[in-house]
Design a protein around this ligand. Structure first.
Ligand code: CP
Ligand code: NVA
Length: 301
């Protein structure tokens, strides 16, 4: 079977592997891994959804490692005209050394990985966002030391980023408390997986219960790319806004995190996201370093 080093989801790795990939990112950031270790390598980037951070951090990242990026806006490729994912995977594998894809459907990601003979990296699907979590763990630990044994609170939609936080909680050994409305719960299959793995995950409707004594408060947009029920989501998620009162329930040195893009006055108040506990721009900046670690792991021998 294949030994291609895909980066599809955090639950496919063990703790040691994730720590090693994160460590590559940290060492590339500090210069401890020097030079341009991916000289001459190429990365194809397929975007079926919009992006600012993922697009720029992968493109700049591969360039800093010595390689090149090729951007494929899916609407201008033959995929849009009906060329299969399998054929696209086989063809791109002959041109590039890795493929990053942002797509709605997890099945497209998995099909691409099945037929590609080069590594495939998940740049977000409707189901998960693992690259984001690598940057988030790096950021938390730069500010507060090891996340193992800490408590992190998720407020809001039980969405793709929430799923990757659940995967991360299990693999990096922290307690994740998710406060979500009954209508927008975290993915049940992912919760079942976390339970089977012995993860410490709490799901509640109560922001107060989730935020009290937490080390880190996290939220995300109320309306993810592709969601069509914005008005309903605004109604359901209004009580889950992270404001100063919610931050006040957490530990005094708690961090505030958000993958961005943010909507001030919706999922988070301006006071919190622009306040002293917020590390959201460090998180965004660490997308570059965490993904350099991922690409280094995927693409070097
Ligand atoms: N957080 C994140 O993935 O941002 P982009 O949608 O801008 O890539
Ligand atoms: N949950 C958001 C994350 C954006 C980075 C979305 O999928 O749109």
């Amino acid at each position: 079977m294949t030994s291609v080093k895909h980066f599809l989801d955090l639950n496919r790795f063990d703790t040691q592997q994730l720590r090693a990939i994160l460590d590559y990112g940290t060492k590339l950031k500090s210069g401890e891994i020097p030079g341009r270790p991916l000289e001459g390598k190429s990365l194809a980037m397929i975007f079926e959804k919009p992006s600012t951070r993922t697009r720029v951090s992968f493109e700049v990242g591969i360039s800093q490692l010595g390689g090149d990026a090729v951007l494929l806006d899916s609407s201008s490729t033959q995929m849009e005209q009906g060329e299969s994912i399998a054929d696209t995977a086989r063809v791109l594998s002959r041109f590039v050394d890795a493929i990053m894809i942002r797509t709605s459907s997890e099945s497209i990601l998995h099909e691409l990985a099945e037929y590609a003979s080069v590594p495939v990296i998940n740049g977000l699907t409707d189901e998960s966002h693992p690259c984001q979590l690598m940057a988030d763990i790096m950021t938390y630990e730069e500010h507060r030391g090891s996340i193992a044994g800490k408590t992190v609170t998720w407020c809001g939609d039980g969405n793709n980023v929430a799923t990757s936080w659940i995967h991360a909680a299990v693999r990096f050994g922290f307690h994740l408390k998710l406060a979500t409305p009954a209508e927008l719960p975290p993915n049940q299959a992912v919760l079942d997986w976390a339970k089977a793995e012995g993860g410490k995950i709490t799901v509640t409707r109560s922001v107060e219960e989730a935020a009290t004594d937490s080390d880190c408060i996290v939220t995300d947009t109320w309306v993810s790319m592709g969601d069509t029920d914005a008005a309903n989501r605004h109604n359901l998620l209004k009580p889950y806004q992270v404001d100063q009162r919610v931050m006040g329930l957490a530990k005094p040195d708690a961090l505030f995190m958000h993958c961005l893009p943010a909507h001030r006055g919706e999922e988070v108040t301006e006071e919190v996201i622009d306040g002293p506990q917020s590390v959201v721009f460090d998180e965004a900046g660490n997308r570059l370093h965490a993904q350099k670690g991922i690409m280094y792991w995927c693409m070097s021998k």
